[in-house]
Design a protein around this ligand. Sequence first.
Ligand SMILES: *[C@@H]1O[C@H](CO)[C@@H](O)[C@H](O)[C@H]1NC(C)=O
Ligand SMILES: *[C@@H]1O[C@H](CO)[C@@H](O)[C@H](O)[C@H]1NC(C)=O
Ligand SMILES: *[C@@H]1O[C@H](CO)[C@@H](O)[C@H](O)[C@H]1NC(C)=O
Ligand SMILES: *[C@@H]1O[C@H](CO)[C@@H](O)[C@H](O)[C@H]1NC(C)=O
Ligand SMILES: *[C@@H]1O[C@H](CO)[C@@H](O)[C@H](O)[C@H]1NC(C)=O
Ligand SMILES: *[C@@H]1O[C@H](CO)[C@@H](O)[C@H](O)[C@H]1NC(C)=O
Ligand SMILES: *[C@@H]1O[C@H](CO)[C@@H](O)[C@H](O)[C@H]1NC(C)=O
Length: 600
Amino acid sequence: VFLDCTIFQKTDDVYSNWLVLTSETRRPCPQSCRCNAEPLEVNCSHGQLSMVPDDLPQDTKLLNLTHNHIKTLVHHQFQTLTQLLDLDLSDNLLAVVELEAFYGLQSLLTLRLARNHLKIIPVGAFAGLQNLQLLDLSLNEILVFLDFTFRDLAALKYIKAEYNDLVFIAHQAFSGLTSLQELHLDGCNLTAVPTEALAQLSVLRSLQFHRLGLTTLPNYSFQNLVHLKELVISHWPWLNTLLGNSLFGLNLTSLTIRHCNLSAIPYIPLHHLVYLVYLDLSFNPITHIHGNLLGDLLRLQELHLVGGSLLRIGIAAFRGLTHFKLLNVTRNLLTTLEAGAFQSVDTLKTLGLDNNPLACDCRLLWVVQRRLFLDFGGQSPTCFTSFQLQGWTFLDFSEVELLSLLTCNQPRILNRKPRDVKVDQGQTVVIYCKSEGDPLPSVNWLNPQMRLLSAIGRIRALSDGSLEVRYAQPRDSGTYICVASNAAGNDSMPVKLDVRVHPSSSKNPFHLKGWFASPGKNGNQTHSFDIKTLLIAATIGFVSFLSSVSLCFVFMVFWSKSKGQIKHTATIAYVPRGAPSNSKGGTGNTETSRLTMKLI
Ligand SMILES: *[C@@H]1O[C@H](CO)[C@@H](O)[C@H](O)[C@H]1NC(C)=O
Ligand SMILES: *[C@@H]1O[C@H](CO)[C@@H](O)[C@H](O)[C@H]1NC(C)=O
Ligand SMILES: *[C@@H]1O[C@H](CO)[C@@H](O)[C@H](O)[C@H]1NC(C)=O
Ligand SMILES: *[C@@H]1O[C@H](CO)[C@@H](O)[C@H](O)[C@H]1NC(C)=O
Ligand SMILES: *[C@@H]1O[C@H](CO)[C@@H](O)[C@H](O)[C@H]1NC(C)=O
Ligand SMILES: *[C@@H]1O[C@H](CO)[C@@H](O)[C@H](O)[C@H]1NC(C)=O
Ligand SMILES: *[C@@H]1O[C@H](CO)[C@@H](O)[C@H](O)[C@H]1NC(C)=O
C-alpha cells in the first residue's frame, strides 16, 4: 500500500505534463479494451487476450493487461509506447520474457509482473527501462537470479520478489541497482543468506526477507548495507538462534523477526543497535524478557511481542529505555506486568495486554489506574486467575473499588518455631520453608555468607522452597535464611544448621580416577578389573592402606600385561584411617587426600 501511494504521487506529476498533448489524433481503442482519455489509460483487464494487442495508441500512459492469458512477451514487444508510465501484466500466464522485451519503454516507472509463471528472467530482459522505479515480480516461480539480471535498472527503487521459489541468487545478481531502496525477497528454497549479492545494494534502506530454512543466522550475514534502516525477517520457521555478530554492521531503526522459532530475546546480536526505535519479535516462542538486558537500545520506543509464550517480564526489563511508549504483548501467558519493569510508566502510551491469564492484584493496580489514558488497542485486558474478579475487564473497575479489590497480601512464613537443625556429617538434610501470601511468594535462601543459593550444587534451593544440603560437611554449619517475598513485601526466617563431626562413614574410602584404559575394540577382551574386590579388601580394614595400594599395583601390572594399553598415572583419593577408637574403627580425621602414582 505504501509503495503504490508513492509511485502514484510521482506519476501524477508526470501526467500533468502530458495533458496538453492528449487532443492529438490517435488510433481507436483496441478491441476488448476500454480507453480513458486523460491521461490515456488503456484498460484491457479481463479481455481474454492471449497476446499483447498490437494496435495500442502510441501515447498510452497507463496500460492494464491484467487477468488475461498472455504467455509470452517477445523481443521489442512494446517498442512504440515511449510515453508509457505504468504497465501492469499481473495475473497472466507469462512464462517467457524474451531479451529486450521492454525495449523502448523509456518513460516507464512501474512494471508489474506479479502472479505469473516466470521461472527464469534472461539477462537483458529489462534492457531499456532506464527510468523504472518499481518492479513487482512477486508470486512467480522464479528459481534463480542470474548475474547482472537487473543491470539496466539504475533508477529502480523497489523490487518486490516475495513468494517465488528462489534456489540461488548469483553474487552479482543485484549489481547495477545503484538506487534500490527497498527489496522484498523470498528464500524458501535458498540454503543461505545471499550475503554477497545483498552487499551490492549500497543504498538499500529496507529489506524484507521471507521464508528461509535456516536454523541459525550466521555472523556477518548483512555486509555493506550501511544505509539499511529496516530489516524484516519473517516466516523462517526453524530459526532458533541469531549468532552474536549476525547483525553486525547494521544500524537499523526498525527490526522485525516474526513467525520464527526464537525461544529467547537475542539480546547480544541486538545490543549494538542503539538507534533502534521499533522492535517486533511477535510469534516466536519467547518465554521471558529478562531484567536489565535491553538497556543498550537507548532509543527504543516500541516492542511488539504478540502471540509468543511469555511467562514473565522481569523487573527492570525496560530499564534505561527513556523513550519507551508502546508495548504489545497480547496473546501470551503473562500473569502480571509490574510497573518496575519500566524505566518510567509515564512515557507508556499504548499497552496491548489482552489475552493473557492475568492475576488482578496490586501488581496490576498501576495499569488499571491508567486505564483511561492508556491505549489498549481496542481490547481491554481482562482478569483471569482470581476467582472473585474473573472476567472483569480493566474498564469495569470504578475508582472507589480499585484499592480494595486490587490487593496483595504480604508473605508470611508458616511454622516458624526457632529452628535448629542438627545433622551428622555426610548426611543429607532438607529444610522446609512454607509460606503464604497473595500473590504466592517466591522463596529464596541465603547462605551464612548471605549469598543467594541457586538451584544447583550440593547445597541448593529446591523449587518447592526448601533447602537441601547433601553430604553435609562441618563447614556448612551456620545460619541460613529463608526469604519469602512478593509484590507486597517479604518475610524471613533464620535456620541454624549444625553439622556434627561424625566418625567417617565407611563408604567409598577409595575413589579411583583415570585408572582404566578405554575398552578394546575387539570384543574378545573380556578381562575386567574387579573394583569391588579391591574396595572390599580396602574397606574391611584387614589390609592397611599401603598394602591395598600395593595390591592395586599387582592388579595393574597383570592387567596392563593382558591389555597392553593403559594410562600411566593414577590418582587415588583416599580417607586415611587412624587408630581404631570405637567399634566402627573410625576417627575424626576426615580430610580427603590424593595420591598420584606413576606406572612404568
Ligand atoms: C479495468 O477494467 C476492469 C475490468 O473491466 C475493472 O475491474 C477495473 O476497475 C478497470 N480499471 C480501471 C483503473 O479503471
Ligand atoms: C521450494 O520449496 C517449496 C516449499 O518448501 C517446495 O514445495 C518446492 O518444491 C521447492 N521448489 C524447488 C524448485 O525446490
Ligand atoms: C522450534 O524449537 C524447538 C526447540 O526449541 C523444537 O522442539 C521445535 O521442533 C522447533 N520447531 C521447528 C519448526 O523447527
Ligand atoms: C559469531 O560471533 C560471536 C560473537 O563475536 C562469536 O562468539 C562466535 O564464536 C561467532 N561464531 C562463529 C560461528 O563464527
Ligand atoms: C545510524 O542511524 C542514525 C539514524 O538512523 C544516524 O543518525 C546515525 O548517524 C547512524 N550511525 C552511523 C554510524 O551510521
Ligand atoms: C497488538 O497487536 C495485535 C496484533 O497485531 C493488534 O491486533 C492489537 O491491536 C495490538 N494492540 C495494541 C495495543 O497496539
Ligand atoms: C524485605 O523488605 C524490606 C523492607 O520491607 C527491604 O528493605 C528488603 O530489601 C527486602 N528484602 C528482600 C530480600 O527483598
